[in-house]
Design a binder for this molecule. Structure first.
Ligand code: K1U
Ligand code: ZN
Length: 181
């Protein structure tokens, strides 16, 4: 397994529309394993292939919501979504303070449909359809946005987005200064 570099704003590769996956190959299985390693290493709960420069309709999620093990540690619950589709979004919305590994250390409240009826394939090419809610629904919608080249900051007002990007630029400049010192 390998950790992959995560693209960050304003990289134009994050703005591409991802293409459907046509089959599960050994190469795809390796990419999925690498994406999980990359996501866990970055302490994220989701990652789209587009964020690691593979513009295909593939994403992984692990909310680490499995039952705790004997030592009380939470266990992993890795989920793979291939060619995901939203069939029915709810009218009701919910707000979550979202982050994104491609917009490091910046958070903002985003309103999205609270529940979605979704369809996707897994690594065995089995089709699934389910109604999802809570953080899983929020995270899946956030990751599916990546497949369209959309970032969570695009859901904010222009003023909020510019403030957030300014904060990010300041944090990057500060980190560069500390590295040079
Ligand atoms: O970059 C990404 O797409 C991953 C992103 C997913 C996400 C987070 C919050 C709401 C929707 C989607 C992250 O994991 S950023 C890290 C983060 O915000 C977080 C980490 C652990 C628990 C909760 C949030
Ligand atoms: Zn993201």
């Amino acid at each position: 397994m390998a950790r992959l570099p995560i693209l960050e704003v304003p990289d134009p590769r994050l703005r591409r529309r991802s293409v459907p996956v046509s089959a599960v190959t050994d190469e795809l299985r390796t990419l999925v394993a690498d994406m999980f390693e990359t996501m866990y290493d970055a302490a994220g709960i989701g990652l789209a292939a587009a964020q690691v420069d593979r513009p295909i309709r593939l994403l992984v999620i692990d909310l680490v919501d499995g039952p705790p093990d004997a030592e009380g540690r939470s266990t992993r619950n890795p989920r793979v979504f291939i060619n995901p589709e939203i069939l029915e979004p709810s009218e009701e919305t919910s707000v979550y303070n979202e982050g994104c590994l491609s917009v490091p250390d910046q958070y903002a409240e985003v309103a999205r449909p609270a529940r979605i009826r979704a369809r996707w394939r897994d690594l065995g090419w089995v089709e699934h359809e389910a109604t999802l809610d809570g953080l899983l629904a929020t995270c899946l919608q956030h990751e599916m946005d990546h497949l369209e080249g959309i970032l969570f900051i695009d859901h904010l007002s222009r003023l909020r987005r510019e403030m957030l990007l300014k904060k990010l630029a300041k944090a990057r400049a500060e980190a560069a200064r500390e590295k040079a010192a």
